[in-house]
Design a protein around this ligand. Sequence first.
Ligand code: NDP
Ligand code: MG
Length: 379
Amino acid sequence: MRSVSILGSTGSIGRQALEVIEQQGMRAVALTAHHSTALLEEQCRKFRPRLAVLTSQEAAAELRIRLSDTDIRVSSGMEGLLEAAVLEEADTVLTAVVGNIGLRPTLAAIRARKRIALANKETLVCAGELVMAQAAEYGAEIVPVDSEHSALFQCLQGNRDRGEVKRLILTASGGPFWGKTREDLKQAALRDALKHPNWSMGAKITVDSATLMNKGLEFIEAMRLYRMPPEKIQIVVHRESIIHSLVEYCDHAILAQLGMPDMRLPIQYALTWPGRTDAVAEELDLLRCPPLTFGPPDTETFRCLALALDAARRPGTACAVLNGANEAAVQLFLQEKIGFLDIADRVERALSTVPTVERPSLDDILAADAAAREAVFSS
Ligand code: NDP
Ligand code: MG
């Protein structure tokens, strides 16, 4: 029975993880959020964790009062997140916060030798080499939650030698604006960007799916998780989101993982691996499945993807700059302060103005991230 600390339990991934935990009879021993006090209180009353954390100090003070009739400890701020990441009762930490705020807690959980069920892709984009090196040093398991990376992970089970892998094939839904031109996208509205055809997710990743930055971040995530060079990763647009990704081996056998677009499956697998248990997720009926289609990505219209593929090939802090700039630009777009195409423009400007550091330390990475955000906010 797993005992899970969920960083970001009130979000899209966090809420689905709690459904899995409940159905599988697992324990949630720590729950964290930013400022969703009422929902976190409700989750705490249902799951009775040891620790509840709100990173907002005021919200935490309110939660402490609301939970005063229980024995649940309430903490706040980054200190609280770090406490949840290393909590003794937890054997697994699900990183489901959004953004690179997840970096320090992920590193702390690795050093505490927890299993990391990793949803928070920004951490791997920003500091993937450091995170993977620490995981190897401390012997911490990193099991992906992102559906594409879970699919790759599943297709790599039993593979004894990475040299036998010819390439990883990442599928992309194309998002709500697939087929549009740059002219069409000049006026793209926030509400349209937030309408994903296949997945219901948090606002930031939904915008990343509309710009296709999400697929660029996932490309970098796959490079880091599976230690693959960029030339061995291919992106294929597959509108139906039924095949979640594929691995091609040197003998040209291609293994794929299929399923309904339902995040509860990869969340569950990250918790039960190397075993499998009965499903919480919806079943795929192949006889009612739409025809499966495949096409090339459009990096001309979706420039965020081109920028990410370029940063992926650059050493040092380039990916940290890409990620920090994107987080800042998406924040401005969500506040309707900039237009849809401005996201790529701002990221590009940050990539060309913020100097990169080769062989960066954690401090260099955090400095690159801060400089990238500053470049976006001030341009
Ligand atoms: P949501 O926006 O739905 O949830 C984010 C969670 O993080 C909430 O619990 C939120 O708390 C918390 N949070 C937000 N800001 C902060 C902060 N500054 N400090 C601490 N906690 C914070 O995001 P998703 O669940 O969609 O995504 C989470 C991560 O998983 C992302 O990295 C995303 O890329 C990745 N992912 C998501 C998928 C999906 O289907 N949703 C699929 C694959 C990957 P509060 O409610 O209080 O704001
Ligand atoms: Mg994904």
